[in-house]
Write a protein that binds this ligand. Structure first.
Ligand SMILES: [Zn+2]
Length: 169
């Protein structure tokens, strides 16, 4: 079991764009196994590779409808309907902060699995929210970026405390 170190808000790797995975080899599969372990140990719903300091387009998450864990390699999504939904989010990389975020309610997802096979599925509500949150990570975006300026202002001192308690002491 490998428990990877989680990058905390303030760490530059959370602001970088992850690269597409070209070869899904043993090395990538090992990263995914370690990410599953890390997700479980931290009781998270999802984890993107940036959060463990790896700039590859890999996400692991729990399907909240079935409890199944899944790996998404090179995931992409698009909305099926224009409707958005507001729901509370938190993030292992932004500990102690929870806030309401507006996301598409229903999305279509394409990704590769650990065998490199492409698959498609649709997701809605919380499941769709987790995927949108995790793919944001791969693009260097955090959920706090999607809050209103007022809400961010309210959280500003908490956020600066988190970033100064991060990895950079
Ligand atoms: Zn997150």
């Amino acid at each position: 079991m490998a428990d990877l170190n989680i990058e905390i808000y303030g760490s530059p790797v959370l602001r970088q764009k992850a690269e597409p995975v070209q070869n899904i080899d043993g090395k990538v599969q090992k990263i995914i196994r370690d990410m599953f372990d890390t997700l479980h140990k931290n009781s998270g719903l999802g984890l993107a590779a940036n959060q463990v300091g790896i700039l590859q387009r890999v996400v692991v998450l729990t399907n909240p409808n079935t409890g199944e864990v899944m790996a998404l390699i090179n995931p992409e999504w698009k909305e099926i309907e224009p409707e958005k939904e507001i729901g509370e989010e938190g993030c292992l990389s932004v500990p102690g902060i929870f806030s309401k975020v507006n996301r598409f309610r229903k999305i279509q997802v394409t990704a590769q699995n650990v065998q490199g096979k492409q698959f498609n599925f649709s997701a809605e509500s919380l499941f769709a929210r987790i995927i949108q949150h995790e793919v944001d990570h791969l693009n260097g975006i955090l959920f706090i970026d999607r809050l209103s300026p007022t809400r961010r202002f309210v959280l500003a001192s908490k956020l600066s405390r988190i970033s100064s308690n991060g990895d950079h002491e």
